[in-house]
Ligand binder design. Structure first.
Ligand code: GLN
Length: 489
């Protein structure tokens, strides 16, 4: 029998319906892969036993012709989604004992649609980072290596466990969250597809808050079609999330027509910046040629305020984080330091011991920019510039349908690289943060491997609720690129 972990969900769905194999067989193959790829450290918590039980129930449904839209889908869940009764750590010591009494809307919906949870994936602590190195549970390792080298590379972050597991086939689809690039950058580093939807399209209820005005849930998959399939089940209004938008959810899969004739593709000149790897730049050019050959019109455009996006992000995101993280005080839930003699002592010792360096750095930064006297100079000014970054996109989408940019300036770096210098790590977010500031969707799709043998991803950015057009364009790129994951890692 073929290795079932090689199939995308569209094919699994077909095979389950035609009874070529069972959900139990599919799930068992994934559990075997979870075992054999454990050294990559993709998962913080594995749920194999429960997954097998769910698989049996799924097979019963299929027998009774009651299959749901995501029946039998082996799903990995980033460990910042609350899962009822299952440890949810957010990659942090401070939540190392947190078993949520409730379920996030997204996981609730996907499970209800037939997805089977394999486990909870590793991430940078509180989703702050681009490498999974800040996880309290040790870094995840990218299944890819440079040609002829065995040095470990980072899968990117913060959804590094999710993207590495999809690439290494220890999950078929994984959930990520993206505040400044945390779905797209790791997808690009691991040679998989990562989609950050429009802000408000997918509920944030039950996803542990990092920066509430920027956080978005999204899928990481091996194909664009799988992203379209799963997004349909994730999207839609949720009364539990007051920023969730009432928007009729389209059939995203139907948008994959393969036809982009007449599509206007903008190439923003500001993304040709210092630090952009030569090869990534070459493939950017090549991808735009592909689109042109497929009938699209390529147009040079300008987003003049994009260069301020990164500094604005590193004011707004820490500000919101410092306020969101105030609740971790050792009193209500989570880790509590031993031996404190006063209530202040509990707060101080718990937070000192419970948070890692990067989280503390963000809290300090955030508290500073919100403090009296600094608020106007930093936070308010950043909000004004954020509006200008957003206005640039609104303006440019009057004349183009999508934007094409690289996802990241470079391919995956070595584990431990960029860690001594936080600014070098923040540069990872150069091409992704602007879309979070503007609340618009972006997708990363793999196009090739570099001369060193590492995946290169391209990003498509769309207007608000432009998921269909970016998925359609990504699908065309995917068909032309013919990118393949390695047979074995
Ligand atoms: N790398 C960015 C950061 O460290 C983005 C993180 C994210 O999207 N969660 O903040």
């Amino acid at each position: 029998m073929t290795d079932l972990t090689r199939l995308d969900y569209a094919s699994i769905r077909k095979g389950l319906t035609s009874k070529a194999f069972t959900t139990k067989e599919v799930v068992q193959s994934y559990i075997n892969k979870m075992d054999s790829t454990r050294p990559l450290n993709c998962y913080i918590t594995e749920c194999a036993d429960k997954a097998l039980k769910d698989a049996a129930a799924s097979d019963d449904r299929i027998q009774n012709n009651e299959a749901r839209p995501l029946e039998g889908l082996p799903l990995a869940i980033k460990d910042n989604y609350c899962t009822k009764g299952i440890l949810t750590t957010n990659g942090s010591k401070i939540l190392s004992n947190f078993i949520p009494p409730y379920e996030s809307t997204i996981t609730h919906r996907l499970k209800g649609a037939g997805a089977i949870a394999l486990g909870k994936t590793n991430l940078d602590e509180f989703a702050m980072g681009s490498s999974t190195i800040t996880s309290y549970y040790d870094p995840t390792i990218n299944p890819w290596k440079k040609e002829g080298s065995d040095r470990d590379l980072t899968p990117g972050g913060s959804s590094g466990g999710s993207s590495a597991s999809v690439a290494a086939r220890s999950s078929l689809i994984a959930l990520g969250s993206d505040t400044g690039g945390s779905i797209r950058q790791p997808a690009s580093f691991c040679g998989v597809v990562g989609l950050k939807p429009t802000y408000g399209l997918c509920s944030r209820f039950g996803i542990i808050a990092f920066a509430s005005s920027l956080d978005q849930a999204g899928p990481i998959t091996r194909t664009v079609r799988d992203s379209a399939i799963v997004l349909k089940q994730m999207a839609g209004h949720d009364p539990h999330d007051f920023t969730s938008v009432k928007y009729p959810v389209p059939d995203y899969e139907a948008a994959l027509t393969g036809n982009i004739k007449g599509l206007k593709v903008g190439i923003p000149k500001e993304y040709r910046m210092e630090g952009l790897d030569f090869e990534v730049s070459e493939w950017w050019e090549k991808t735009s040629q592909w689109l042109s050959e497929a009938g699209a019109e390529i147009i040079d455009v300008s987003l003049p305020h994009t260069r301020y996006a990164l500094p604005v992000y590193y004011i707004v995101a820490p500000a919101e984080a410092s306020s969101n993280l105030a609740r971790y005080d050792g009193v209500r839930y989570g880790y509590r330091a031993e031996g404190a003699e006063s209530i202040e002592g509990i707060y101080e010792m718990t937070r000192t011991q419970g948070f890692g360096d990067e989280v503390k750095r963000r809290i300090l930064l955030g508290t500073y920019v919100l403090s009296a006297g600094k608020y106007e100079d930093y936070y308010l000014r950043a909000q004004r510039v954020r509006q200008k970054v957003t206005d640039d996109f609104t303006e440019v989408f009057k004349s183009v349908d999508v934007l094409l940019t690289p996802t990241t300036p470079t391919t995956a770096f070595e584990l431990g690289e960029n860690t001594a210098d936080p600014l070098a790590m923040y540069m990872q977010d150069l091409f992704t943060v602007a879309t979070n500031l503007a609340g618009i969707p972006g997708i990363s799709v793999p196009v090739t491997t570099s001369r060193e043998g590492l995946p290169i991803g391209m990003q498509l950015i769309g207007p608000r609720f432009g998921e269909e057009v970016i998925l359609r364009t990504a699908d065309v790129i995917e068909r032309i690129a013919g990118f393949k994951l390695k047979e074995e890692f």
